[in-house]
Design a protein around this ligand. Sequence first.
Ligand SMILES: NC(=O)c1ccc[n+]([C@@H]2O[C@H](COP(=O)([O-])OP(=O)(O)OC[C@H]3O[C@@H](n4cnc5c(N)ncnc54)[C@H](O)[C@@H]3O)[C@@H](O)[C@H]2O)c1
Length: 249
Amino acid sequence: MAATGQVMLGFTPGETVIVTGAGSGIGRSTAINAAAVGLTVAVWDVNADGAAATVRNIQQAGGKAVSVTANVTDDAQVEAALAASAQMGNVRYLVNNAGPASAAELDFDQAMLAGIGSMRRVTTAWLARGPVSGAALVNVASVAGNLIGSAPDWYPATKAAIMGYTRHLAAYRADAVRANAVAPGLTDTARMAGYADSDLGKRILGRIPLHRMASPDEISWGILFLLSPLASYVNGILLTMDGGWTITQ
Ligand SMILES: NC(=O)c1ccc[n+]([C@@H]2O[C@H](COP(=O)([O-])OP(=O)(O)OC[C@H]3O[C@@H](n4cnc5c(N)ncnc54)[C@H](O)[C@@H]3O)[C@@H](O)[C@H]2O)c1
């Protein structure tokens, strides 16, 4: 996959990355671009069809991927998914991307389980499988909770919690993993369908200096940089990718 002039981000081809929620949106783009920079990708999603479509896309481009159907809120499914992923080789990288949409009808406690509990569950089970040198992870947080307030209450609460957990890992588990997070702003994925044309969407996009949403592809490159050996001294940061939205409010 190392076409001449292509950025490889320092990954060693054939190493394995798990991307959760990789059957759509930011996770799918991250999986596709991870394969393009040489990684073997374990494409996790609760939606088997979405995961399979991502894997097809990667394989058609000549990359290596396997689809793993798993709900990251469930211990047994996470363990089984880790075992399936480990068959591809040492899993050196993890992208905790899956999380509920803010439009989901969840009560606060359920949302904590789905939004931050799942990231801790996957990370803890992955790290428990033993040390892998140079291991790194990226958690997908949001501008919500970290830089702005938003609704419903649980959404910014889980996203701020993700950053708190990321800082914990960076401070106390640096022996095992380098941990960072990204804070996407508005990103054009399935869950945002119709938003840009809505009254609220037009108002908010008008206040973003770049006057548009991010593409999932743009967010994925921030994730992959933080994950990569090129970011070997970056630990515990939140990378905001919001087109300048929050600095202008
Ligand atoms: N789209 C945005 O504007 C935006 C902004 C900031 C942060 N984010 C965050 O980015 C991440 C990805 O969002 P997206 O917009 O790409 O969403 P998306 O809806 O396009 O994709 C999310 C994928 O995650 C999967 N998923 C959800 N819950 C899961 C679970 N419990 N187990 C396994 N898979 C699960 C879904 O099936 C889906 O394929 C989320 O954490 C989201 O909060 C998105």
